[in-house]
Design a protein around this ligand. Structure first.
Ligand SMILES: CC(C)(COP(=O)(O)OP(=O)(O)OC[C@H]1O[C@@H](n2cnc3c(N)ncnc32)[C@H](O)[C@@H]1OP(=O)(O)O)[C@@H](O)C(=O)NCCC(=O)NCCS
Length: 234
C-alpha cells in the first residue's frame, strides 16, 4: 500500500476501508451519483465482511476523511451474463455474491469526490486493485464503465460507435476516457447496467484488464460470455 501511496500527491494516502470510513463513503456516493441511493453503513459493513482486502480507500490528511474509494468483489463471471446489471452483479449492492473461488475481480465502484478528482486518485485505486489481482493469481479485473457523455451523441450514433469514438480519442468521456488512460480495454456496449443513469442513457461499456502473469485460459475469455438480451441500437 505504501508503494501505491507514493503515486499520490502529498497529503493523500491509500489503505483498506475501515468502519469509521462508512459515512464519508456514503457522502461521496451522494456527491457523484445524486440520483442514486447511496451505500448504507450496513451495505459497506457487508462488503467489509465478505471481502475486506478488496475495499480500497484514499484518505486526505487535511480533510481527515476518505475522498475516494474502490469497492471490489470476486466473481465466477461465467455464472453471469455479459450484460447483467450492476444490481445483479453486486447482489443488490450487498456483495453477498462474492465468490472466493472466482477468477475475476469485479470493480463494483470507483468514486472520487469531485473536489479531489484529477489528482491521480482514481488511478492509484485502480493500481491497488491490480496488485491484488496479481497477488491472488486472478485472470482479470472487469467492470461496467459509465458513459456519461453518451447522452450528447445518442441521437447520432450507437453506444458501440460512441465507445469506438472514445477509444480513438475523437470524443472525451469523463469516465471512459479516464478508464482507458488507466489501461482498461473497453470490450463492448451493454444496455441497462445502471438503468437510472440518464447521462449514459442506461448504457455502459464492459471494461477489462487482463493479468499478464495469468491470463484466462482459452475458452474463458470475457467475450465468450453470453448476453441476456438482444440489443437494438448497439
Ligand atoms: C472516473 C473517476 C473515478 C476518475 O477519478 P480521478 O481521480 O479524477 O482520475 P485520475 O486523476 O486518476 O485520472 C486518471 C486518468 O484519467 C484522466 N481523466 C480523469 N478525469 C478525466 C476527465 N474528466 N476527462 C478526461 N480524462 C480524465 C486523467 O487525465 C488521467 O489520465 P492521464 O494521467 O493519462 O492524463 C472520477 O471522475 C469519478 O469519481 N467520477 C464519478 C463516479 C463515476 O462515474 N465513477 C466511475 C464508475 S464506472
Amino acid at each position: 500500500m505504501q508503494e501505491i501511496t507514493r503515486l499520490l500527491p502529498d497529503g493523500y494516502s491509500l489503505r483498506l476501508m475501515l468502519e469509521r470510513d462508512y459515512p464519508a463513503i456514503s457522502a461521496i456516493c451522494e456527491a457523484v451519483y445524486p440520483t442514486e441511493r447511496p451505500y448504507t453503513s450496513d451495505e459497506l459493513a457487508a462488503h467489509h465482511r465478505v471481502f475486506p482486502e478488496g475495499q480500497f480507500v484514499v484518505v486526505h490528511d487535511n480533510v481527515g476523511a476518505v475522498v475516494g474509494t474502490h469497492c471490489t468483489l470476486l466473481l465466477r463471471i461465467t455464472d453471469f451474463y455479459l450484460d447483467d446489471s450492476w444490481d445483479v452483479l453486486t447482489s443488490g449492492g450487498s456483495f453477498t455474491d462474492h465468490d472466493p473461488a472466482g477468477h475475476t475481480l469485479y470493480g463494483a465502484d470507483l468514486m472520487v469526490h469531485p473536489a479531489h478528482q484529477h489528482h491521480g486518485i482514481g488511478r492509484a485505486l485502480t493500481v491497488a486493485a491490480r496488485v491484488l489481482v496479481r497477488e491472488k493469481g486472478l485472470w482479470r479485473s472487469t467492470g461496467g464503465s459509465r458513459l456519461p457523455g453518451f447522452h450528447r451523441f445518442a441521437n447520432v450514433m450507437s453506444a458501440e460507435e460512441y465507445i469506438a469514438a472514445v477509444k480513438r480519442g475523437e470524443v472525451v468521456d469523463s469516465v471512459l476516457t479516464a478508464h482507458l488512460h488507466d489501461g482498461w480495454d473497453a470490450v463492448t456496449a451493454i444496455q441497462g447496467y445502471l438503468p437510472n443513469d440518464v447521462e449514459s442513457v442506461g448504457w455502459a461499456a464492459v471494461i477489462q484488464w487482463i493479468n499478464p502473469d495469468c491470463p484466462p485460459p482459452a475458452g474463458h475469455e470475457i467475450t465468450q460470455i453470453a448476453r441476456r438480451k438482444r440489443e437494438s441500437n448497439a
